[in-house]
Design a protein around this ligand. Structure first.
Ligand code: ATP
Ligand code: MG
Length: 416
């Protein structure tokens, strides 16, 4: 048994224990939402949410350590056996003038609570004591039919919160569901309103789409529902999906590491290799509120992909070794492989050959700045170029000792 599934069992037991303690205190309580959906799909949930008729003060009466997330929303965090579990009071939500937060909420029963939830597959309760599913919205039928359907009147539900349009795509892609036609129509009608949703929230949803589920499905749905332009700014100029599809093939499991490669695949498929450069990456980084680290990785992947596409054949040994040892080489090569399987085989063969040379692919530099300074060189303009040239010579096995490297450095600085 993996430690992961052991952990998941523990969180389930910890959450079930909280439900039981609420019931012992005379309240109604259930598992709700994603954990119910995932269990029905045979996926071990990693998160558990509890819904109850206990109002926040009553929840705190049962769990004195409970921490309020937002008083008006009645959501509390409770720690149990090392896990943090969310307990939310059954509530109705009024209309939303900012299309995000309800103007007011009222505590209510489970029947009414379901109506504020987004999709039927996310609107089911489960009794942890016996595994019974309490389903007022036909979520089980929809799961069986692999259908994503809004709870209630789709148009109203997307007006209340435009982000739900992206959540629809994310869940459809993650679980390979068809979006029910009335739900899809409502999304298409309101797609333009996505531009009013904060970039942080859109970025977060796109990040989640890229890191779990079928990328091709997500990208395809975003285009079909006309949500893509509001996300990326420009209309597509290419029709291909080959890189996204290839990424789904070779790397189908959800992983946070997939964000930048997936984003690169999407951009390259959508705009073509020539049109995806540093400034486009920067623009997308801004739109999706990416971290500096995410931006740097996206740009590096795109740059390495460009070098593999257009420069590899002409590169000397040192440049090939530098590229092949870059942390994003594997990601870039994977994207290139989508349309150039035979060339990739040749490149991989060449990389193996380079790795078997005496110096290997990425040896520790024989000569560092301090060695040149000790030999009397002044660190000034051109110093870095001298160091690079010495390292290139090392990579090409033109020198094998530090003194040879220092001698080359002195020679260069005298002639330069
Ligand atoms: P995931 O596995 O992605 O966490 P989830 O279903 O648990 O999926 P959450 O975003 O964690 O999704 O939300 C928990 C539950 O709260 C959902 O199942 C849904 O019932 C409800 N919910 C969350 N966000 C919204 C929203 N924007 N509109 C309506 N209901 C929502
Ligand atoms: Mg969740």
């Amino acid at each position: 048994m993996s430690s992961e599934s052991r952990d998941n069992r523990t969180i389930r037991a910890a959450a079930a224990d909280l439900v039981q303690r609420l019931r012992d205190a005379g309240h109604v309580a259930y598992f709700v939402g994603g954990c119910v959906r995932d269990r029905l799909l045979g996926i071990e949930p990693t998160e558990y949410d509890i819904a109850t008729d206990a109002v926040p003060d009553e929840v705190r009466g049962v769990f004195p350590g409970a921490r309020l997330v937002g008083e008006s929303f009645g959501v509390m965090l409770v720690r149990s056996h090392g896990h943090v579990i969310e307990i939310a009071t059954f509530r109705t939500e009024g209309s939303s003038s900012d299309h995000r937060h309800p103007d007011h909420v009222e505590f209510t029963n489970e029947h009414e609570d379901v109506k504020r939830r987004d999709f039927t597959i996310n609107g089911m309760f489960e009794d942890p004591a016996d595994g019974r599913v309490v389903d007022y919205v036909g979520g089980q039928d929809d799961l069986e039919a692999r259908r994503l359907r809004a709870i209630g009147e789709p148009a109203n539900r997307f007006v209340e919160d435009h982000l739900r349009m992206l959540r629809a795509v994310r869940f459809a892609a993650r679980y390979d569901l068809e979006i029910d036609p009335p739900t899809a129509d409502a999304i298409r009608d309101q797609a333009g309103s996505l531009s009013g949703v904060s970039s942080e929230r859109v970025g977060q949803e796109v990040r989640r789409m890229c890191t779990g589920g079928l990328l091709v499905r997500a990208v395809d749905l975003l285009a079909a529902l006309e949500l893509d332009v509001a996300i990326l700014g420009d209309a597509a100029t290419h029709g291909g999906m080959s890189r996204c599809a290839h990424l789904d093939d070779v790397d189908p499991s959800p992983s946070p590491n997939r964000f930048e490669p997936a984003l690169a695949a999407w951009l390259l498929d959508r705009y073509g290799v020539d049109a995806v450069d540093g400034s486009r990456c920067e623009g997308v980084g801004d739109r999706l509120v990416c971290s500096n680290q995410e931006r740097a990785r996206l740009e590096s992947i795109v740059k390495a992909h460009r070098m593999i596409s257009f420069e590899w054949e002409e590169m000397d040994i040192a440049r090939r070794k530098r590229l092949a040892s870059s942390p994003v080489f594997k990601d870039a090569l994977c994207l290139f492989a989508a349309d150039h399987a035979a060339q990739v085989e040749a490149i991989e063969h060449e990389v193996k050959r380079l790795a078997a040379t005496p110096s290997g692919l990425a040896p520790a530099p024989l000569v560092m700045g301090q060695h040149l300074i000790e030999a009397g060189l002044n660190p000034g303009p051109g110093f870095g170029d001298v160091l690079d040239a010495i390292y290139d010579a090392q990579l090409e096995d033109r020198l094998t000792t530090r003194s040879e490297g220092v001698a080359l450095g002195l020679e260069m600085s005298n002639s330069g």
